[in-house]
Design a protein around this ligand. Structure first.
Ligand code: BGC
Length: 740
């Protein structure tokens, strides 16, 4: 049997960057005079007015047909019959018409989970950042901001003014093929990071989007699955991530998801769209459907869906007729239109028209590398095998599929076009041109660096035996539109690692994964580093960590379980036969979800599950090693309007390093919560021997529970235990205080 399936559709992008330059050039000496547009002095162009006031003024000028145009997209390249306006798009997943005579621009949308997707088909270039899950391992709000700002800049450079991305579905199901697009299993960490990403992305004058709202936690049967979950659990986990993301990032768009929630499809779910999002959270932007996620006209409109994407099955002629027949009121129509227009003003689209420009390739590569360096998680390092010693090592075996040329990325609508490549097919395996072999050679030029693909484990082991160190790069490819059957590395890679480790105990494993993996070979290898999907400069970042030029600081944003049997759902619940599959399809009004997943684990998501069920794990949430060591002391907890937690962290080793110090709280027993929850953290940079006092103020909501009857957050009076340390299972400090 082949080690790597030959049917696998693999693409390796060539390392040549083809960058298109702006097609027209206007001489600086002789600028072409711009005639003033007719709307230049229109009342709504006054920047001193609020986005609401400006949108209201535009509304007065609109015909019914123009209003309807704001409520739907104009089709998607490659899906269905091309629409008449198709040629006006920019090659992205969708666009909404503007009104030229009023100076209201088109909304040009591109997917942009870990970089701008539709670039090469546009003759352009995008930076691939580390996967969203990977970047979440940095626990770093500054990295999240850099991530968003880069995407925002590159969107505009390529002619887009709206992102589709900012995924923040908490990891209830680690086999979900889109886990790499999200920010892990904790709502406070995930929401804070996605919020910072969106804040900085939108500052570039693109509409920021948060998705997929909500409880869209598996891809199997995603168009037909009903997520059954009690309200309290939803508000305290899945929805809390959105609540925080929206409050921090203020995105002007929310994408509702494909699945149903407690009986109603997410894009026609009054509870999630109107009661929670628009009323409780005061969201003023617009809700757009996931592509083909609209199921009705009147029901969806009443429930709070503002915009159908990518076409107009329900929000075009059918919507107009419903208004004319009095089945949808003028006020309801106007509210939806107002929200789209308002978003264009609020995100700066009207005042800052897009001008295509050249992407800052080198700047992007630097950012991608820096974020990856903050995101790599060192999981094992026995006998200080890492960092590799440049003085003593004479030979290294670099082993693994494509490890001579590139590192893998995640698929689906998140897929960033690789430089020099063309738009890859939907489920292609794409390796970015960042070569582990070359990056390692560059670190230690005198040493002999030999490559083996690992296709034949015996040959790889034979090479490893002759070298001082073996570094095995293994990958687990995941994508939208599929779930993993299990958390094993595919394609016999476990056997490859075991064979190499048996031949050379100085074996280092570098994981390129989209979610957790099992490691049956863990005891046999010297070191393990989780590099995630590492982006355009992954190999350079990995090499910096392996050789100690960067001291790793990442911590797991999700638990790595021991076995699938330990998960809340031992197998992924599958749709009935003849389901619609994962691709967007035309919906039939009134259709119901055909099967359901019962999230009976409720509040117990991720580490909360393993804690409550007392299940040992492979690596706990929040875990990650450094080349130095840290000690914790002097915990003080001061209750107040927001509780203040202070403590000291000391670098007790001989290298500078960054420690992510984590704060957890156990609520009073009467709150009936899982044993503990993350309530805060701080990234502390310390020189050898240095100590710093850390002070974190805890948002009262993070200590509260959601009271469903009262429809509000509530602090349960009683004794709260605060625990501080370096992972969810290593919390040396603790203190109980009474909160009222
Ligand atoms: C995905 C969305 C994506 C959209 C447009 C859908 O299949 O679920 O995340 O933004 O396609 O490409």
């Amino acid at each position: 049997m082949n080690f790597r399936s030959t049917s696998r559709n693999s693409i390796l992008a060539v390392a040549v960057l083809t960058i298109s330059v702006a097609s027209s050039f206007v001489s600086a000496q002789n600028p072409r005079p711009h005639p003033e547009p007719p709307y230049a002095h229109a009342a709504w162009m006054n920047k001193d007015l609020s986005p609401d006031e400006r949108a209201d003024l535009v509304m007065k000028e609109l015909t019914l047909d123009e209003k309807i145009d704001f409520l739907h997209g104009q089709g998607m390249p490659g899906w269905g019959k091309p629409k008449p306006n198709y040629y006006l798009g920019n090659g992205g997943a969708g666009f909404v018409l503007g009104i030229e005579r009023l100076g209201i621009p088109f909304i040009q949308m591109s997917d942009a989970a870990y970089g701008v997707r539709s670039s090469a088909m546009n003759g352009r270039y995008s930076t691939a950042l580390p996967s969203n899950l990977g970047a979440a391992a940095s626990w770093d709000t500054e990295s999240a901001c850099d991530y968003g700002a880069l995407i925002g800049r590159e969107l505009r450079a390529q002619g887009y003014n709206m992102t589709l991305g900012g995924g923040v579905n908490v990891t209830r199901e680690p086999r979900n093929g889109r886990t790499f697009e999200y920010q892990g299993e904790d709502p406070i960490l995930a929401g804070t990071l996605v919020g910072n990403r969106i804040k900085c992305e939108q500052a570039q004058h693109v509409i920021g989007d948060i998705k997929h709202y909500a409880v869209n936690d598996q891809e199997s049967g995603r168009n037909e699955v009903d997520s059954i979950i009690d309200k309290r659990s939803m508000r305290e986990s899945d929805l809390l991530a959105f609540e925080i993301g929206i409050s921090v990032g203020n995105p002007q768009a929310v994408m509702c998801s494909y699945n149903a929630i407690n009986g109603d499809y997410a894009c026609e779910n009054k509870y999630t769209l109107t009661d929670v999002l628009k009323k409780d959270w005061g969201f003023k932007g617009f809700v757009l459907s996931d592509w083909g996620g609209t199921h009705s006209t009147i029901k969806a409109s009443a429930a709070g869906l503002d915009n159908e994407e990518p076409g107009e099955n329900f929000y075009g002629d059918a919507y107009k007729k419903a208004v004319e027949d009095g089945k949808i009121s003028q006020a309801e129509l106007d509210d939806h239109v107002h929200r789209v227009l308002r978003a264009e003003f609020a995100a700066g689209l009207v005042d800052n028209p897009i001008q295509k420009s050249v992407v800052d390739v080198m700047g992007g590569l630097e950012t991608a590398q820096h974020i990856e360096e903050n995101s790599i998680v060192l999981l094992k390092n026995s006998n200080h095998i890492l960092p590799l010693d440049r003085n003593s090592i004479k030979s290294i075996a670099v082993i693994g599929d494509h490890a001579d040329m590139g590192m893998i990325s995640g698929g689906g609508s998140a897929q960033v076009d690789p430089p020099g490549g063309t738009n890859p097919p939907w489920l292609a395996h794409v390796w970015f041109p960042t070569s582990p072999q070359k990056a390692i050679s560059a670190k230690i030029p005198p040493a002999s660096i030999k490559f083996n693909s690992g296709a034949d484990p015996a040959a790889a082991a034979a090479l490893a035996r002759t070298c001082d160190v073996a570094i095995v790069f293994v990958d687990q490819w995941t994508s939208e539109g599929m779930d993993l059957k299990n958390l094993s590395l595919p394609d016999n890679q476990d056997a490859l690692i075991a064979a190499v480790a048996a031949a050379n105990p100085k074996t280092v494993v570098v994981l390129e994964t989209g979610t957790a993996v099992k490691m049956p070979w863990l005891d046999q290898v010297g070191a393990v580093a989780e590099a995630w999907y590492s982006g355009s400069r992954g190999a350079e970042a990995v090499a910096n960590v392996l050789f100690g030029d960067v001291n790793p600081s990442g911590k797991l944003p999700m638990t790595f379980p021991r076995s699938e049997a330990d998960l809340p759902h031992p197998t992924v619940v599958q749709p009935p036969p003849h389901s619609q599959g994962a691709s967007p399809v035309m919906r039939t009004e009134g259709a119901k979800a055909s099967f359901s997943v019962h999230y009976d684990e409720g509040l117990k998501v991720g580490y909360k599950w393993y804690d409550a069920e007392k299940k040992p794990v492979l690596f706990p949430f929040g875990f990650g090693l450094s080349y130095t060591t840290f000690a914790y002391s002097d915990l003080h907890v001061t209750p107040g309007a927001s509780t203040n937690v202070t403590f000291k962290v000391t670098n007790t080793g001989s290298r500078a390093g960054i420690e992510i110090a984590e704060i957890y709280a156990a609520l009073p027993a009467s709150a009936q919560e899982p044993p503990k929850r993350l309530v805060g953290w701080s990234r502390v940079s310390l020189a050898p021997g240095e100590s710093k006092e850390v002070s974190v103020s805890i948002d009262p909501k993070y200590l509260s529970i959601f009271d469903v009857d009262g429809n509000k957050w509530k602090l349960v009076p009683g004794s709260y235990s605060f625990m501080v340390g370096g992972s969810s299972q290593d919390l040396p400090l603790s203190k109980a205080v009474s909160l009222n």
